[in-house]
Write a protein that binds this ligand. Structure first.
Ligand SMILES: [Zn+2]
Ligand SMILES: [Zn+2]
Length: 449
Protein backbone atom coordinates (compact mmCIF):
# COMPACT_ATOMS: atom_id res chain seq x y z
CA UNK A 1 0.00 0.00 0.00
CA UNK A 2 1.53 3.37 -0.98
CA UNK A 3 1.97 5.74 1.93
CA UNK A 4 -0.59 8.53 1.97
CA UNK A 5 0.31 12.01 0.81
CA UNK A 6 0.60 14.93 3.22
CA UNK A 7 -2.65 16.18 1.71
CA UNK A 8 -4.44 12.96 2.61
CA UNK A 9 -3.08 13.08 6.15
CA UNK A 10 -4.31 16.65 6.54
CA UNK A 11 -7.75 15.75 5.28
CA UNK A 12 -7.96 12.93 7.84
CA UNK A 13 -6.91 15.23 10.69
CA UNK A 14 -9.47 17.85 9.70
CA UNK A 15 -12.22 15.25 9.48
CA UNK A 16 -11.38 13.86 12.89
CA UNK A 17 -11.41 17.32 14.50
CA UNK A 18 -14.82 18.02 12.97
CA UNK A 19 -16.14 14.67 14.18
CA UNK A 20 -15.15 15.57 17.75
CA UNK A 21 -16.23 19.20 17.70
CA UNK A 22 -18.72 18.83 20.58
CA UNK A 23 -16.10 17.32 22.87
CA UNK A 24 -13.49 19.95 21.89
CA UNK A 25 -15.77 22.95 22.38
CA UNK A 26 -17.24 21.26 25.45
CA UNK A 27 -13.86 21.27 27.20
CA UNK A 28 -13.38 24.99 26.48
CA UNK A 29 -16.86 25.83 27.78
CA UNK A 30 -16.43 23.70 30.86
CA UNK A 31 -13.16 25.50 31.71
CA UNK A 32 -14.88 28.85 31.13
CA UNK A 33 -17.41 27.95 33.84
CA UNK A 34 -14.77 27.16 36.46
CA UNK A 35 -11.99 29.73 36.07
CA UNK A 36 -8.87 29.32 38.22
CA UNK A 37 -5.95 31.79 38.42
CA UNK A 38 -2.33 30.76 37.97
CA UNK A 39 -0.85 27.98 40.12
CA UNK A 40 -4.33 27.08 41.45
CA UNK A 41 -5.68 25.50 38.24
CA UNK A 42 -6.53 22.21 39.93
CA UNK A 43 -9.93 21.48 38.38
CA UNK A 44 -8.82 22.87 35.02
CA UNK A 45 -5.78 20.60 34.95
CA UNK A 46 -7.97 17.65 35.93
CA UNK A 47 -10.25 18.30 32.96
CA UNK A 48 -7.29 18.40 30.57
CA UNK A 49 -5.77 15.31 32.14
CA UNK A 50 -9.04 13.38 31.82
CA UNK A 51 -9.37 14.39 28.17
CA UNK A 52 -5.82 13.17 27.46
CA UNK A 53 -6.46 9.95 29.38
CA UNK A 54 -9.55 9.29 27.25
CA UNK A 55 -7.31 9.52 24.19
CA UNK A 56 -4.82 7.13 25.79
CA UNK A 57 -2.04 9.72 25.95
CA UNK A 58 0.36 9.09 28.83
CA UNK A 59 1.19 12.32 30.61
CA UNK A 60 2.66 13.75 33.74
CA UNK A 61 0.64 16.11 35.96
CA UNK A 62 1.67 18.54 38.69
CA UNK A 63 4.62 20.05 36.78
CA UNK A 64 5.15 23.56 38.20
CA UNK A 65 2.30 22.71 40.62
CA UNK A 66 -0.51 22.28 38.06
CA UNK A 67 1.11 21.85 34.63
CA UNK A 68 0.74 18.84 32.33
CA UNK A 69 3.01 17.29 29.75
CA UNK A 70 2.45 14.21 27.62
CA UNK A 71 4.00 12.65 24.56
CA UNK A 72 2.53 11.21 21.40
CA UNK A 73 5.18 9.31 19.46
CA UNK A 74 4.90 9.28 15.69
CA UNK A 75 5.03 5.90 13.97
CA UNK A 76 7.61 6.72 11.29
CA UNK A 77 10.79 6.71 13.29
CA UNK A 78 12.80 9.20 15.28
CA UNK A 79 12.76 12.95 14.71
CA UNK A 80 12.29 16.27 16.48
CA UNK A 81 9.77 16.89 19.26
CA UNK A 82 7.14 19.50 18.44
CA UNK A 83 5.15 20.88 21.38
CA UNK A 84 1.54 21.99 21.11
CA UNK A 85 0.58 24.09 24.09
CA UNK A 86 -2.31 25.68 25.93
CA UNK A 87 -2.54 27.86 29.03
CA UNK A 88 -4.55 26.73 32.05
CA UNK A 89 -5.03 29.94 34.00
CA UNK A 90 -7.67 32.62 34.24
CA UNK A 91 -7.50 36.27 35.23
CA UNK A 92 -9.43 37.96 38.00
CA UNK A 93 -12.20 40.21 36.70
CA UNK A 94 -14.96 40.01 39.35
CA UNK A 95 -17.70 41.64 37.24
CA UNK A 96 -17.13 39.40 34.22
CA UNK A 97 -20.33 37.45 33.37
CA UNK A 98 -18.48 34.13 33.79
CA UNK A 99 -16.58 35.13 36.93
CA UNK A 100 -16.35 32.82 39.91
CA UNK A 101 -18.43 34.62 42.54
CA UNK A 102 -16.12 33.81 45.43
CA UNK A 103 -12.68 34.38 43.86
CA UNK A 104 -13.43 36.89 41.10
CA UNK A 105 -11.54 34.62 38.70
CA UNK A 106 -12.66 34.88 35.08
CA UNK A 107 -11.46 33.86 31.64
CA UNK A 108 -11.17 37.41 30.33
CA UNK A 109 -8.18 36.47 28.13
CA UNK A 110 -9.70 33.41 26.45
CA UNK A 111 -7.34 30.77 27.85
CA UNK A 112 -10.27 28.35 28.11
CA UNK A 113 -10.39 28.41 24.32
CA UNK A 114 -6.70 27.47 24.20
CA UNK A 115 -7.41 24.23 26.04
CA UNK A 116 -10.09 23.41 23.49
CA UNK A 117 -7.57 24.16 20.72
CA UNK A 118 -4.98 21.96 22.40
CA UNK A 119 -7.42 19.06 22.66
CA UNK A 120 -8.61 19.64 19.09
CA UNK A 121 -5.08 19.61 17.67
CA UNK A 122 -4.28 16.45 19.62
CA UNK A 123 -7.46 14.72 18.43
CA UNK A 124 -6.60 15.56 14.82
CA UNK A 125 -3.06 14.27 15.20
CA UNK A 126 -4.02 11.04 16.95
CA UNK A 127 -5.82 9.73 13.89
CA UNK A 128 -4.00 6.37 13.60
CA UNK A 129 -3.17 6.85 9.93
CA UNK A 130 -1.83 10.36 10.56
CA UNK A 131 0.27 9.28 13.49
CA UNK A 132 1.70 6.31 11.63
CA UNK A 133 3.16 8.68 9.06
CA UNK A 134 4.72 11.23 11.40
CA UNK A 135 8.33 11.04 12.55
CA UNK A 136 9.56 12.29 15.91
CA UNK A 137 6.90 13.05 18.47
CA UNK A 138 4.36 15.57 19.64
CA UNK A 139 4.62 16.95 23.16
CA UNK A 140 1.26 17.99 24.61
CA UNK A 141 1.74 20.73 27.17
CA UNK A 142 -0.73 22.61 29.37
CA UNK A 143 1.05 25.34 31.31
CA UNK A 144 -0.05 27.17 34.43
CA UNK A 145 0.15 30.83 35.35
CA UNK A 146 0.65 32.88 32.19
CA UNK A 147 -1.21 35.92 33.49
CA UNK A 148 1.24 37.68 35.78
CA UNK A 149 -1.19 38.40 38.63
CA UNK A 150 -1.32 37.59 42.36
CA UNK A 151 2.37 38.47 42.61
CA UNK A 152 2.34 38.56 46.44
CA UNK A 153 0.85 35.05 46.58
CA UNK A 154 3.25 33.70 43.98
CA UNK A 155 6.24 35.36 45.58
CA UNK A 156 5.31 33.57 48.79
CA UNK A 157 5.24 30.28 46.85
CA UNK A 158 8.76 31.11 45.70
CA UNK A 159 9.91 31.86 49.22
CA UNK A 160 8.41 28.55 50.35
CA UNK A 161 10.44 26.82 47.63
CA UNK A 162 7.34 25.60 45.77
CA UNK A 163 8.22 27.50 42.58
CA UNK A 164 11.30 29.32 41.35
CA UNK A 165 9.69 31.72 38.87
CA UNK A 166 6.25 33.28 39.00
CA UNK A 167 5.28 32.55 35.37
CA UNK A 168 4.34 29.02 34.34
CA UNK A 169 6.50 28.69 31.22
CA UNK A 170 9.43 30.30 33.04
CA UNK A 171 9.02 27.59 35.64
CA UNK A 172 8.74 24.90 32.94
CA UNK A 173 12.07 26.14 31.54
CA UNK A 174 13.69 26.09 34.97
CA UNK A 175 12.42 22.58 35.72
CA UNK A 176 13.74 21.28 32.41
CA UNK A 177 10.30 20.57 30.94
CA UNK A 178 11.41 22.15 27.63
CA UNK A 179 14.80 20.38 27.59
CA UNK A 180 13.52 17.63 25.30
CA UNK A 181 11.33 19.91 23.16
CA UNK A 182 12.72 21.19 19.86
CA UNK A 183 10.02 23.74 18.97
CA UNK A 184 6.75 24.89 20.46
CA UNK A 185 3.52 26.49 19.35
CA UNK A 186 0.28 27.73 20.84
CA UNK A 187 -2.44 30.06 19.68
CA UNK A 188 -4.12 32.88 21.61
CA UNK A 189 -7.61 34.28 21.06
CA UNK A 190 -8.05 37.90 20.01
CA UNK A 191 -10.93 40.36 19.90
CA UNK A 192 -9.05 42.88 17.75
CA UNK A 193 -10.70 43.28 14.32
CA UNK A 194 -7.26 44.07 12.83
CA UNK A 195 -6.22 40.48 13.61
CA UNK A 196 -8.76 39.00 11.19
CA UNK A 197 -9.67 35.34 11.65
CA UNK A 198 -6.10 34.21 12.24
CA UNK A 199 -3.05 36.45 12.72
CA UNK A 200 0.66 35.73 12.75
CA UNK A 201 3.70 37.87 13.50
CA UNK A 202 4.25 40.73 15.90
CA UNK A 203 5.98 40.83 19.24
CA UNK A 204 5.22 41.64 22.88
CA UNK A 205 6.73 43.66 25.69
CA UNK A 206 9.18 42.33 28.22
CA UNK A 207 8.48 43.19 31.83
CA UNK A 208 9.71 43.34 35.40
CA UNK A 209 7.33 43.03 38.34
CA UNK A 210 7.69 45.17 41.46
CA UNK A 211 6.30 44.49 44.92
CA UNK A 212 6.72 47.81 46.72
CA UNK A 213 6.07 48.29 50.43
CA UNK A 214 6.14 51.76 51.98
CA UNK A 215 6.63 51.63 55.72
CA UNK A 216 5.80 54.65 57.88
CA UNK A 217 4.55 54.99 61.46
CA UNK A 218 0.96 54.92 62.74
CA UNK A 219 -0.40 57.76 64.86
CA UNK A 220 -3.81 59.30 65.61
CA UNK A 221 -4.79 60.88 62.32
CA UNK A 222 -6.90 63.55 64.05
CA UNK A 223 -5.15 64.45 67.26
CA UNK A 224 -1.45 63.93 66.45
CA UNK A 225 -0.70 63.14 62.82
CA UNK A 226 2.72 64.81 63.22
CA UNK A 227 3.78 61.86 65.35
CA UNK A 228 3.25 59.51 62.40
CA UNK A 229 4.96 58.91 59.07
CA UNK A 230 2.37 58.63 56.31
CA UNK A 231 3.14 55.69 54.03
CA UNK A 232 0.19 56.56 51.78
CA UNK A 233 1.67 59.98 51.11
CA UNK A 234 4.99 58.33 50.29
CA UNK A 235 3.22 56.07 47.77
CA UNK A 236 1.35 59.03 46.25
CA UNK A 237 4.54 60.97 45.70
CA UNK A 238 6.18 57.89 44.19
CA UNK A 239 3.31 57.52 41.72
CA UNK A 240 3.47 61.23 40.83
CA UNK A 241 7.19 60.84 40.30
CA UNK A 242 6.53 57.88 37.98
CA UNK A 243 4.15 60.02 35.91
CA UNK A 244 6.88 62.64 35.46
CA UNK A 245 9.03 59.99 33.73
CA UNK A 246 6.68 59.62 30.80
CA UNK A 247 8.18 62.49 28.78
CA UNK A 248 11.56 60.72 29.03
CA UNK A 249 10.24 57.56 27.34
CA UNK A 250 10.66 56.97 23.63
CA UNK A 251 7.55 55.86 21.71
CA UNK A 252 9.44 53.06 19.99
CA UNK A 253 10.40 51.50 23.32
CA UNK A 254 6.73 50.89 24.25
CA UNK A 255 7.42 51.54 27.94
CA UNK A 256 4.47 51.11 30.32
CA UNK A 257 4.37 51.85 34.03
CA UNK A 258 1.20 50.51 35.61
CA UNK A 259 -0.01 48.77 38.70
CA UNK A 260 -2.40 48.49 41.60
CA UNK A 261 -2.39 49.34 45.29
CA UNK A 262 -2.89 46.13 47.21
CA UNK A 263 -2.95 47.79 50.68
CA UNK A 264 -3.61 51.46 51.37
CA UNK A 265 -3.89 51.56 55.16
CA UNK A 266 -6.06 49.76 57.70
CA UNK A 267 -8.08 52.31 59.69
CA UNK A 268 -9.01 55.79 58.58
CA UNK A 269 -8.31 57.22 62.02
CA UNK A 270 -4.67 56.08 61.92
CA UNK A 271 -1.90 57.54 59.80
CA UNK A 272 -1.27 54.74 57.26
CA UNK A 273 1.83 52.86 58.37
CA UNK A 274 2.03 50.32 55.55
CA UNK A 275 1.06 50.76 51.92
CA UNK A 276 1.77 48.18 49.26
CA UNK A 277 1.91 48.42 45.49
CA UNK A 278 2.05 45.63 42.93
CA UNK A 279 3.64 47.36 39.98
CA UNK A 280 4.75 46.59 36.48
CA UNK A 281 7.44 48.00 34.21
CA UNK A 282 7.18 46.95 30.56
CA UNK A 283 9.26 47.68 27.48
CA UNK A 284 9.91 46.28 24.04
CA UNK A 285 13.62 45.61 24.45
CA UNK A 286 15.68 44.34 27.34
CA UNK A 287 17.74 47.54 27.38
CA UNK A 288 14.71 49.82 27.50
CA UNK A 289 13.30 47.61 30.23
CA UNK A 290 16.41 47.89 32.40
CA UNK A 291 16.40 51.68 31.92
CA UNK A 292 12.72 52.07 32.80
CA UNK A 293 13.16 49.78 35.79
CA UNK A 294 15.95 51.98 37.15
CA UNK A 295 13.66 55.02 36.78
CA UNK A 296 10.87 53.26 38.64
CA UNK A 297 13.19 52.37 41.51
CA UNK A 298 14.27 56.01 41.74
CA UNK A 299 10.64 57.14 41.94
CA UNK A 300 9.73 54.69 44.69
CA UNK A 301 12.69 55.96 46.72
CA UNK A 302 11.70 59.58 46.04
CA UNK A 303 8.35 58.93 47.73
CA UNK A 304 10.03 57.47 50.79
CA UNK A 305 12.56 60.29 50.94
CA UNK A 306 9.92 63.03 50.75
CA UNK A 307 8.05 61.90 53.87
CA UNK A 308 10.83 60.12 55.73
CA UNK A 309 9.40 56.63 55.21
CA UNK A 310 11.14 53.39 54.35
CA UNK A 311 10.50 51.57 51.08
CA UNK A 312 11.18 47.92 50.34
CA UNK A 313 11.35 47.23 46.61
CA UNK A 314 11.12 43.60 45.60
CA UNK A 315 11.91 43.04 41.95
CA UNK A 316 10.66 39.91 40.22
CA UNK A 317 11.67 38.60 36.82
CA UNK A 318 8.78 39.10 34.39
CA UNK A 319 8.68 38.04 30.76
CA UNK A 320 10.93 38.56 27.76
CA UNK A 321 9.72 40.01 24.42
CA UNK A 322 8.25 37.49 21.99
CA UNK A 323 10.27 36.32 18.97
CA UNK A 324 8.15 34.41 16.47
CA UNK A 325 10.16 31.92 14.43
CA UNK A 326 9.90 32.90 10.73
CA UNK A 327 10.00 29.35 9.37
CA UNK A 328 7.32 28.07 11.74
CA UNK A 329 5.29 31.14 10.85
CA UNK A 330 5.59 30.37 7.15
CA UNK A 331 4.28 26.83 7.63
CA UNK A 332 1.43 27.94 9.90
CA UNK A 333 0.51 30.81 7.57
CA UNK A 334 -0.03 28.52 4.58
CA UNK A 335 -2.32 26.30 6.66
CA UNK A 336 -4.18 29.27 8.12
CA UNK A 337 -4.82 30.62 4.62
CA UNK A 338 -6.08 27.24 3.50
CA UNK A 339 -8.58 27.19 6.38
CA UNK A 340 -9.96 30.75 6.35
CA UNK A 341 -8.85 32.12 2.99
CA UNK A 342 -6.05 34.54 2.21
CA UNK A 343 -8.20 37.52 3.20
CA UNK A 344 -8.94 35.99 6.59
CA UNK A 345 -5.30 35.90 7.70
CA UNK A 346 -3.31 38.91 8.84
CA UNK A 347 0.49 39.00 8.85
CA UNK A 348 1.86 41.54 11.30
CA UNK A 349 5.45 42.76 10.90
CA UNK A 350 7.83 41.20 13.46
CA UNK A 351 8.32 44.51 15.31
CA UNK A 352 4.61 45.25 15.81
CA UNK A 353 4.38 45.33 19.59
CA UNK A 354 1.06 44.45 21.21
CA UNK A 355 2.10 46.11 24.47
CA UNK A 356 1.21 43.17 26.69
CA UNK A 357 3.57 40.39 27.70
CA UNK A 358 3.67 36.60 27.49
CA UNK A 359 6.03 34.00 28.88
CA UNK A 360 6.02 32.46 25.39
CA UNK A 361 8.56 35.28 24.93
CA UNK A 362 10.83 33.55 27.42
CA UNK A 363 10.53 30.23 25.60
CA UNK A 364 11.18 32.01 22.27
CA UNK A 365 14.65 33.08 23.46
CA UNK A 366 15.61 29.41 23.81
CA UNK A 367 13.51 27.49 21.23
CA UNK A 368 11.83 28.19 17.89
CA UNK A 369 8.35 29.32 18.91
CA UNK A 370 5.11 30.34 17.27
CA UNK A 371 2.39 32.39 19.01
CA UNK A 372 -0.34 33.32 16.50
CA UNK A 373 -3.80 34.71 17.31
CA UNK A 374 -7.29 33.44 16.51
CA UNK A 375 -10.44 35.56 16.21
CA UNK A 376 -13.84 34.68 17.59
CA UNK A 377 -13.66 36.83 20.73
CA UNK A 378 -15.15 40.27 21.30
CA UNK A 379 -14.86 42.97 23.95
CA UNK A 380 -11.77 44.32 25.62
CA UNK A 381 -8.95 41.94 26.47
CA UNK A 382 -8.79 41.57 30.28
CA UNK A 383 -12.08 43.50 30.51
CA UNK A 384 -15.47 42.43 31.84
CA UNK A 385 -16.87 42.20 28.31
CA UNK A 386 -14.22 39.89 26.81
CA UNK A 387 -16.18 36.91 25.50
CA UNK A 388 -15.59 34.15 23.02
CA UNK A 389 -18.68 34.28 20.80
CA UNK A 390 -17.62 32.02 17.93
CA UNK A 391 -16.05 28.70 18.93
CA UNK A 392 -15.51 27.76 15.30
CA UNK A 393 -13.13 30.70 14.93
CA UNK A 394 -11.71 30.69 18.44
CA UNK A 395 -11.21 26.95 18.97
CA UNK A 396 -11.72 24.74 15.93
CA UNK A 397 -9.85 26.84 13.36
CA UNK A 398 -6.69 27.30 15.43
CA UNK A 399 -6.84 23.63 16.49
CA UNK A 400 -6.91 22.68 12.81
CA UNK A 401 -4.18 25.15 11.88
CA UNK A 402 -1.88 23.77 14.58
CA UNK A 403 -2.62 20.13 13.64
CA UNK A 404 -1.90 20.82 9.96
CA UNK A 405 1.30 22.66 10.90
CA UNK A 406 2.50 19.70 12.96
CA UNK A 407 1.75 17.39 10.02
CA UNK A 408 3.84 19.61 7.72
CA UNK A 409 6.64 19.59 10.27
CA UNK A 410 6.74 15.87 11.05
CA UNK A 411 5.59 14.15 7.84
CA UNK A 412 8.10 13.06 5.17
CA UNK A 413 10.68 12.05 7.75
CA UNK A 414 10.20 15.35 9.63
CA UNK A 415 12.30 17.14 7.04
CA UNK A 416 10.63 20.50 7.77
CA UNK A 417 10.98 20.24 11.55
CA UNK A 418 14.62 19.32 11.08
CA UNK A 419 15.11 22.42 8.95
CA UNK A 420 13.48 24.64 11.62
CA UNK A 421 15.75 23.09 14.22
CA UNK A 422 18.93 23.40 12.18
CA UNK A 423 18.35 27.00 11.14
CA UNK A 424 17.45 28.24 14.62
CA UNK A 425 19.97 30.36 16.51
CA UNK A 426 18.82 30.79 20.12
CA UNK A 427 19.03 34.28 21.59
CA UNK A 428 19.93 32.71 24.95
CA UNK A 429 21.07 29.32 26.18
CA UNK A 430 18.96 27.91 28.99
CA UNK A 431 21.79 28.66 31.44
CA UNK A 432 22.06 32.27 30.23
CA UNK A 433 18.30 32.64 30.44
CA UNK A 434 18.24 31.44 34.04
CA UNK A 435 21.14 33.75 34.90
CA UNK A 436 19.43 36.77 33.32
CA UNK A 437 16.12 36.15 35.07
CA UNK A 438 17.71 35.38 38.44
CA UNK A 439 19.66 38.64 38.12
CA UNK A 440 16.32 40.47 37.89
CA UNK A 441 15.16 39.03 41.21
CA UNK A 442 16.11 41.08 44.23
CA UNK A 443 15.13 43.10 47.24
CA UNK A 444 16.27 46.60 48.13
CA UNK A 445 15.46 48.59 51.26
CA UNK A 446 15.78 52.36 51.17
CA UNK A 447 15.37 54.48 54.28
CA UNK A 448 14.20 58.01 53.57
CA UNK A 449 14.77 59.37 57.07
ZN1 LIG B 1 -4.02 37.95 29.24
ZN1 LIG C 1 -3.75 35.49 27.56
Amino acid sequence: MPSPTVEELKARALRRIDQHREEIIGLAKSVLQEPEPGYTEVKTAQKVSQALARLGIPHQTGIALTGIKGYIPGGAGPGPTVAVMGELDSLRVPDHPHADRSTGAAHACGHHAQLGMLLGAVIGLTDPEVLRNLSGRIAVIAVPAEEFIDAEFRYRLRQEGKIGFLGGKQEFIRLGAFDDVDMAMMCHTTSAPEDGKLAVGGTSNGHIVKLVTFLGRAAHAGSSPWKGVNALNAANIALMALHTQRETLRDEDHVRFHGIMTAGGVAVSSVPAEVRLEWRVRAGTNEALEGANAKANRCFKAGALAVGATVRITSIAGYLPLLNNPLLQEVFLANAQRLVGKEGVVVHPPDRNRGGSTDMGDVSHILPVLHPYAGGARGTGHGNDYLVYDYELAVLNPAKAMALTVIDLLANGAVKAKEVKERFRPRLSKADYLRLQESRMGEEVYRGE
